[in-house]
Design a protein around this ligand. Structure first.
Ligand SMILES: [Zn+2]
Length: 696
């Protein structure tokens, strides 16, 4: 039995917002509003689900699937505001609410997904979907709902269901264990050196930071360098002392595999076995197949084929790069009359920087005075969107975002009709988590007649009062990238809330945002926004040319180390439970995998290996690390398509319109790969990616 909790009418979540575009009334929300609204919201949704399952009429799309899509509106309103604040402006009070409500929300969602009676109704709507008169979107929704519930185990019998719960809770424990062991070993392996000379090559601020870090551990007078997540440490490119480089690299690669309490290998191997058993319980051959069922790739063999296709040219390119680096070492050693030495993995980044400085002198820091934030936003990001889609942006200073720094714009179509609200929260602060992201505050859908409100968040240091905000090259790229996600949300045009905007598979979601990065250096866009903030002088085109020329530099290395980690992830998760139980030598298994793909390059180690592969053992990316390059194939093909279309009669405006209708408007309401076929007239070719990464 569920009890309906009545929410105080004074609570701002009690009714939909009356502000333009249902913008949440951020100014009226106080911390004490959240818990009662969450509780009432969960109770309301449980009552709604109970009404669906108690219905004595035969299950139909309308009385089951559509009714489910209508449920949980109060919870949705509350969660959208809460998670906007918990990521963008968290107070200790918000953190405490999150710790309390997080597990309860997960349990609430599980209680709906794994509800037997509800799943039985979804199953019968699913079985009758071909005979029922459904729109394409309705059929797609039924199939998605059915698939997600099946993959979560909703259709299992009692015994299997009990075993699934055991496996899931064991995996949750192992994930925490892996994370804690890895963290402990990373701390234990941080590099400690006795003298500043050993850190030659680092600038003063890095050396004093290393001294302070040692001090903080009670190692007064010494210097400490912490390890980063991936194999290659960023400081390897600048440390001139070869012995220090070797120690840093070896510490990094040793994490989780030294025996003792911090060894992660047994934990990770058990996770591999448990995931394989869980996949079998759900009717799949292995975990990679189960994960692929929700992706655009569709199957592990499709992923394997793509990785095989890329690994040979990437490895060949890395070998060519290695020859250039070796020649550089030989020449340098000869010049000082010393014997030469063979390039080792800890030398790669160091000599790469020398070659880059010699052959491709590009200093992107010179560009900063040309990247004033407001000009980048209005004359760059918005200008490109206007050229492509005809949309215009009106600043609405009277509308309050979730923080005083968040600016709000109204977005309109060329014919004046409404698109939605876009908000940007640019500046870093202590209450904001790191990184950059987009979130849908209100997700467009016709079912509930809801509009669109999207938010982009970045972490740009705030300048002193009265000084302009000058962005770095990377920050400009991030702004274009995140705005690509924002467009995905803004242009959504679907019937059902769970299908709009960025509700797409994990290996597809980065595609529109990666494409939008292309406009940053598109000559006409660049000329419009990149002007010196004091003199108005345009950015040197020659500098941009040199930058474009250097784009595929060192891509053999970058692609190979990434692919090596991707195939390691894929092959660990392609084992059956029996095969997984037989593997005991982690290093030998991975070496065999790398050999099979032609990626066994001693000087180019994988970006991650099992003992410290946090993405796949504690980060939700298991059997999914390939996704970055999967969506980049689509991105590169679409960038080439735009360049071709720009030359045609309709120019960019017609191409933009087609991109909007084919990719952005449908969001997750249709099969993702069919959207790409709709745009490009066929599957995305791989050649544009090979060209971009210098892999032809
Ligand atoms: Zn992104």
């Amino acid at each position: 039995m569920t009890q309906t909790v009545q929410l105080d009418a004074e609570n701002p979540f009690a009714t939909p917002s009356a502000l333009p575009f249902q913008l949440p009334p951020f100014g009226d929300v106080r911390e004490e509003h959240f818990l009662p609204a969450f509780e009432a919201g969960m109770a309301e949704q449980l009552a709604e689900v109970q009404a669906i399952t108690a219905n004595t009429e035969a299950p139909t799309f309308a009385n089951t699937v559509e009714a489910l899509e209508r449920s949980g509106q109060l919870l949705e309103r509350t969660a959208a505001v809460f998670f906007t604040l918990s990521s963008g402006d968290a107070t200790p009070g918000i953190d405490a609410i999150e710790a309390e409500i997080g597990p309860r929300l997960t349990a609430h969602e599980d209680s709906i997904t794994l509800n037997r009676a509800l799943f039985a109704r979804i199953q019968s709507v699913y079985d009758a979907r071909e005979e029922a008169e459904l729109t394409d979107e309705q059929r797609f929704l039924v199939e998605k709902l059915h698939r997600n519930a099946s993959l979560a185990g909703a259709g299992l019998d009692d015994a299997s269901s009990a075993r699934l719960r055991e496996l899931n809770s064991r995996l949750a424990e192992l994930e925490v264990q892996f994370d804690q062991k890895l963290q402990a070993d990373s701390n234990a392996l941080a590099l400690v050196v006795d003298s500043a000379e050993e850190l030659a090559g680092l600038d003063e601020s890095a050396i004093s930071a290393a001294s302070a870090a040692a001090e903080a551990r009670g190692l007064t007078g010494k210097y400490l360098i912490s390890l980063v997540l991936f194999t290659g440490h960023p400081l390897l490119s600048t440390l001139t002392n070869r012995e220090t480089r070797r120690k840093l690299f070896e510490a990094s690669s040793a994490r989780g595999s030294r025996g003792g309490d911090h060894d992660t290998r047994a934990t990770a191997l058990e996770m591999v076995r448990v995931r394989a058993e869980r996949a079998r319980l759900l009717g799949f051959e292995n975990h990679a197949e189960a994960a692929a069922a929700k992706s655009t790739a569709g199957s592990a063999s499709a992923i394997r084929a793509r990785l095989e296709q890329l690994s040979t040219p990437a490895a060949a390119n890395a070998r060519r790069e290695q020859e250039v680096l070796q020649a550089t070492i030989d020449a340098e050693q000869a010049a000082i009359g010393e014997p030469s030495f063979a390039l080792e993995p800890w030398d790669w980044a160091f000599y790469t920087e020398k070659v880059r400085a010699r052959d491709y002198a590009v200093d992107t820091s010179q560009m900063r005075p040309f990247f004033e934030a407001n000009a980048v936003l209005e004359n760059g990001v918005f200008y490109a969107a206007n050229q492509l889609f005809g949309v215009t942006f009106t600043h609405r200073p009277e509308l309050r975002g979730h923080h005083a720094d968040a600016v709000v714009y109204e977005v309109s179509n060329e014919d004046g009709t409404e698109v939605g609200l876009f908000s940007l929260d640019l500046y870093t602060r202590d209450s904001k988590r790191g990184g950059a992201w987009m979130n849908s505050v209100i997700q467009q859908n016709r079912l509930l007649g809801e509009p669109t409100v999207v938010l982009n968040t970045l972490n740009v240091p705030k300048p002193a009062e009265g000084s302009p905000t000058l962005l770095t090259f990377d920050e400009v790229e991030t702004l274009f990238h995140e705005f690509g996600h924002a467009l995905h949300g803004l242009f959504a045009l679907v019937d059902y809330p769970s299908l709009g905007g960025t509700n797409v598979p994990r290996d597809f979601v980065e595609y529109p945002s990666q494409v939008n990065e292309m406009w940053m250096l598109w000559p006409e866009v660049l000329r419009t926004y990149a002007k010196h903030h004091e003199t108005g002088e345009p950015l040197s085109e020659e500098l941009v040319e040199r930058l474009l020329d250097s784009a595929s530099f060192n891509e053999g290395f970058g692609t190979s180390e990434y692919l090596a980690a991707s195939v390691i992830d894929l092959e660990w998760h392609s084992l059956s439970p029996e095969e997984a139980a037989e593997v005991s030598d982690v290093e030998a298994f991975e070496q065999q995998v790398l050999q099979r793909y032609g990626l066994d390059l001693p000087a180019v180690p994988p970006r991650y290996t099992l003992p410290y592969f946090q993405h796949i053992f504690a980060g939700g990316y298991s059997a999914g690390y390939y996704g970055y390059i999967w969506s980049e194939v689509l991105d590169a093909a679409t960038v080439d398509w735009f360049a071709e279309q720009a030359e045609l009669d309709g120019g960019l405006r017609a191409a933009g319109e087609k991109f909007r209708r084919s990719i952005l408007e449908p969001g997750g309401s249709r099969d993702a790969m069919s959207l790409v076929v709709d745009l490009l007239g066929g599957p995305a070719p791989i050649e544009p990616l090979l060209k971009r990464r210098g892999l032809q």
